[in-house]
Design a protein around this ligand. Structure first.
Ligand SMILES: [Cu+2]
Length: 133
């Protein structure tokens, strides 16, 4: 019975490794005009939640060219009220497949390069089947 329970636990835990994950990034606050952490490894399908902990900020991908694979610009929302705000806003972005396998640099447009970060997109790892002779 002990073995059976252990196997069940392993089968429940294993898929979590390939599910989309959420990553939290703190914007400003007591750390100052920085994103914490400023560098994150993410996978396609993951979400990143930016939360303003204090200060007048937004978060925008450095490349705002509509032809780029993935752009975002958020504060209170990611469409109209996104130029910067000192509200305790939270914005969630999802890494789309179009982001490919690339770095997505971003910054706060209020504070510029001194307040910047990067999302490093890695390809999702999928489970492969294999046989043992
Ligand atoms: Cu800022």
């Amino acid at each position: 019975m002990k073995t059976r329970i252990a196997l069940l636990a392993a089968s429940l835990l294993a898929p979590a490794c390939v599910w989309a994950a959420n990553h939290n990034v703190t914007v400003g606050g007591s750390a100052g005009n920085v994103f914490t952490p400023s560098s994150l490894d993410v996978q396609v399908g993951d979400t990143v939640t930016f939360s303003n902990a204090g200060g007048f900020h937004n978060v925008a991908s450095t490349n705002q060219d509509p032809g780029a694979g993935f752009t975002f610009r958020c504060a209170v929302d990611c469409t109209s009220d996104n130029a910067g705000s000192n509200a305790s806003w939270t914005a969630v972005i999802t890494i789309p497949a179009s982001a490919g396998h690339a770095d997505i640099p971003y910054l706060c447009e209020v504070h510029g390069q001194q307040m910047s970060g990067v999302l490093r997109v890695t390809n999702p790892v999928s489970l492969q089947s294999f046989s043992i002779d």
